[in-house]
Design a protein around this ligand. Sequence first.
Ligand code: ASP
Ligand code: MG
Length: 411
Amino acid sequence: MARIVMKFGGTSVADLDRIRNVAARIKREVEAGNEVAVVVSAMAGATNQLVAWCAQLSTLHDAREYDSVVSTGEQVTSGLMAIALQTLGVKARSWQGWQIPLETDLAHGKARIEHIAGERLLASMRSGEVSVVAGFQGIGPDGRITTLGRGGSDTSAVALAAALKADRCDIYTDVDGVYTTDPRIVPRARKLPRIAYEEMLELASVGAKVLQTRSVELAMKQRVRVQVLSSFDDGTSLGGDLPGTLVVDEDEIVEKEIVSGIAYSRDEAKLTVRGVPDQPGIAAAIFGPLSAASINVDMIVQDVSADGTTDLTFTLSRSDLPRAMKVLEENKAKVGFATLAADKAVAKISVVGVGMRSHAGVASTMFQTLATKGINVQVISTSEIKVSVLIAEEYTELAVRALHTAYGLDA
Ligand code: ASP
Ligand code: MG
């Protein structure tokens, strides 16, 4: 017998037929003798609609009311799933965040989980009842409903698995696992049987959006074994050889690949600040105001100075570009730069793998491969387990395909 948290994303509960299918799958886990807590997302598209309604009424809406509106998508699916389970003869009840309670901080719209009291859920599970938890939502110190940020029901599930000391946290989604790269670009991409938390974090933050980044951080911190799997295969292997991808500690991966995956992100822009005086305090003068405006900067390069001035180039999220330019223009006198040059037609390509720690030559293979294809590298950044380059956006597919082959990842 195992204690399992099963989380179903929006596409898995998109309509009543799918909810019935999911209920049947949960029933199989219960009949196998397991204690089950279920976390559900809102039906596909429901949250977008709720968010749009708030925005249409007011661009500066009260974040507490936003939470009270957008949390309802999950309230609906948790109740429907409990009904579907009961219809199949499975004892079940729904739980809203505040009923558990799942306590968060006060950051309405992007709250962080602070504490989950597992006792009531555990008592209900021990009595043979399936707990169907509304994902994405909690209760703040102000006693009001909070939500965890878009994609947050992954984080609800992982946090619940940690609080309930579950043996597994199974995340059912519309893909059947984590791939070496996006199969839409590289049809010969392979599904990874296992991936290390750290690799998953790098892949998630550079654009492979299978799990909410925060959920992976939490899983790594709390050592929750996360299994990503499809809610659309027939599920005969449930409980045995699970067919998806297991996200686990690096030590559990015996055959460490040097490169496990290639990620790309088109949500990038490049900003060059030209003609800044090459003297102490300039980087602080540029990046201080940006961070004060909550603008995240990613890759940074600074040229050697020729005539006492230098150029400083950095990348940021494309949607932040207009704000970043405004902030810098406002600080032009203080920084003392000459001009700003922006480029939105860029993409970031990253190769990721924990095996890189103990292997040389990963970066040079990357540069060589891109050179052979005539792709110019504009900015480079590295970490212990990642090499990223910024290139012209039009070469994204070509670069991903070429690198996938170069690192021997093709199926
Ligand atoms: N329904 C929420 C969203 O779309 C939370 C989730 O699905 O994870 O962001
Ligand atoms: Mg999701």
